[in-house]
Design a protein around this ligand. Sequence first.
Ligand SMILES: [Zn+2]
Length: 505
Amino acid sequence: LADPQSTFDLVVEHMRDTTKLETTSALLEWDDHTYLPSGGGAYRAEQVTFLSGLIHQRRTTKQLGTWLEELATSELAAQRETPVGAAIAGWLRDYRRQVRLPQALVEAIARATSLGQQAWVAARSADRWSDFLPHLREIINLRRQEAQLLSDDGQLYDALLDQYEEGARTAEITSMFAELRDELVKLLKELKDASSKPSGQSWRYAIPLPEQRQASRWIASQIGYDFERGRLDETAHPFCTTLGPNDCRILTRYHEDNFPSGFYSTLHEAGHGLYEQGLPIDWFGLPPGAAASLGVHESQSRLWENFVGRSAPFWRWCFPQLKQRFGTAWNELDAMQLFRDANLVQPSLVRVEADEVTYNLHILIRFELEQELINGDLKVEDAPQAWNDRYERYLGIKPQTDRDGILQDVHWSAGLIGYFPTYTLGNLYAAQLMDAMRADLGNVDDLLENGNFDGLLQWLRDKIHVHGRCLPPDQLIRRTTGRAISAQPLVAYLRQKLEVAYSMV
Ligand SMILES: [Zn+2]
């Protein structure tokens, strides 16, 4: 009988090789979102479909199953708190999930979502929902089949959610989100009635794209993003992707007449990038070197984008620096005005441009609709109407076009169903992490006001990044922040900040 350590080493080698295929596929997708000519789309779909089949075979081989069974009962697996034990637990979880899915289904999803994303881009730009409808119908149908194969208790949405946020349950999220919604709706009303509101006038100056590009690179490196191990490119829908242990790429977008859009996208994606760059390199491609969950990932991006980047001390530091770059355009502004305008709360149709309060209502709408689509309670062809109705109900505004409605997000075209709730979970985690960081460091505002981000980053490295996927997200956050996940810290943070931004105190 082989000793567990040699078996462990065999699995490590197998997994590292599988990661080479996965990162190759990620590179093809990065290219798809940056430089691929539109004529190359059909063949690209075949490339990623073929790779997804190879990856699935490697993730589900009988040999791997035999090795993992051996390891599951070994003394190595018992050390759940060590990286080795955590690696085995992570592999077993992934294997047991993957092995339930036939390769034909995995390939069908890869093809449908590659073509689906291309169709979505065209349908969105033409504002023609009917062009996207057959693709979304197919994607929902395939993901439902997947959920049926994965679920033991018939809770289909849980099966999809669990893939992005290990251990998360629809019922728990529903009640947490309901509490958050009630608090946010109340806050929204108070802000609407506030006597002094931010004007948003700071953003009225067009900033030329070359200056925006420079400002984005500058702020990303200021917070610690390492350009020797990453790069910043442009795309229609910003994201962050990891192609190797020293190659994590972020993508943003710029609009000449909307400076905060590009600036905050960059801060957001750089926050994701800092997490990836802080994961243990020695464990790259293995659970201890991977992100804990999408919710934890999002907590990192939100923390830098919002909790740091929309704070008053941040703007006291950042404003003079940007004014120097932008010259006369910003001469008549001041730091406080920038801070206030960065916190203007206003119901709007487009999620990615939403403020911190209404953002979570956008997520709630998607969370509800996804469940209905997967459970079959809502027909795909009726989804645009359901979307618009819910915008009216939760945000008091109604999209006039599908482009500003159901066609706005890339996620469903990419098969990402069950993903949206991780955005709001990320906001909740970030609020708790920020409280814990303030308690530990004591002088966070002073650091921000001096543009000294090292202490914050080091804290996140020690508390979150270095642990990779060794703990489930819920445990990682509980352990770091000393409290269970709840809506209260986020609500308290928003209330405190907005009272200042709106001069309600
Ligand atoms: Zn994000």
